[in-house]
Design a protein around this ligand. Structure first.
Ligand code: BTN
Length: 284
């Protein structure tokens, strides 16, 4: 069984902040929760938590995330916002690109993941990776260092990014996600060393965040477009009331908004992650 350690992570990082403080655990309830606890105790920006197994892995919309030992990269990190408060969605898009590029690198291009807007990552129409970003409205830091982190984006001092990449099919199966989940081993025919994947994701993520600090999402929009489901992909757009409308992906704007051409001919602009896209068949 592959063991995980900080020693496999830090010497390979090219980052300035991400992963410079890192904690690797056998078991934790959720790496997102653990990082919040560490932040409350004064852990610095860039702190990374990786666990072999999560007992209460959390997905979006309160869903459970299957996180069996040895079956995935369960990782969270804390990062200062690199965009304004009303553009936080752009950070989640950037993380999706970072994961896609990292997966291609560590599999030597044997796997070609695609982003289902905003940041689910799928291979062959099945979900490989989920991303859960949680931002703090107040500073989780003790008062003496609060001034240091509260300046980047008014109201939000730190974002906790949780990333779950399935590297191997769990022995007990994917539960509710059975039939719609995928592992890297199945997709690429190889068992990827999880720490190598973590290094690649952290290196890519910091590069994208730095680029966005200077040029906003437009600076990485082309990278995002290369990784996303192609134009013309048929999708169902759910409006906020849950009513489904069919359409086809047109493109992603430089702001990160998704444009979908509805069957009615209307061009729908989707800016919020609250609206979900569902494939007309299968997961994508
Ligand atoms: C989704 O629903 O698509 C998001 C899933 C996010 C799962 C990851 S695993 C590491 C981190 N810790 C958690 O409890 N959740 C995220």
């Amino acid at each position: 069984m592959e063991t995980l350690s900080v020693k496999q992570l830090q010497p390979c990082l090219k980052t300035e902040t991400l992963g410079r403080n890192a904690v690797v655990l056998d078991t934790v309830d959720s790496t997102n929760l653990e990082i919040r606890r560490l932040l409350e105790k004064g852990a610095p920006e860039g702190t990374v938590v990786i666990a072999d197994r999560q007992t209460a892995g959390r997905g979006r919309r309160g869903r459970h995330w299957v996180s069996e030992a040895g079956c995935g990269l369960w990782m969270s990190f804390a990062v200062k916002p690199c965009v304004q408060l009303d553009q936080m969605q752009q950070m989640t898009l950037a993380i999706g690109v970072a994961v896609c590029k990292a997966v291609e690198t560590v599999t030597d291009n044997a796997a070609h993941p695609l982003i289902k807007w905003p940041n689910d990552i799928a291979i062959g129409g099945k979900k490989l990776c989920g991303i859960l970003c949680e931002s703090f409205a107040g500073s989780p830091y003790p008062p003496e260092i609060k001034g240091d982190v509260a300046d980047a984006t008014e109201g939000i001092s730190i974002v906790v990014v949780g990333i779950g990449v399935n590297t191997k099919r769990p022995k007990s199966g994917w539960g509710e996600a059975e039939g719609t989940a995928m592992s890297l081993e199945e997709a690429a025919g190889m068992l990827v060393p999880r720490m190598e994947l973590a290094v690649a994701i952290l290196n890519e993520a910091e590069t994208f965040f730095d680029a966005m600090r200077v040029g906003g999402f437009a600076a990485i929009a082309e990278d995002y477009r290369r990784c996303m489901l192609p134009a013309g992909t048929e999708v169902i757009v759910m409006d906020s009331a849950g009513n489904p409308r069919r359409g086809r992906i047109e493109r992603v704007e430089d702001s990160g908004a998704l444009l979908v051409r509805l069957e009615t001919g209307e061009l729908e602009k989707i800016v919020s992650g609250e609206i979900s896209l569902r494939g007309v068949c299968g997961y994508v």
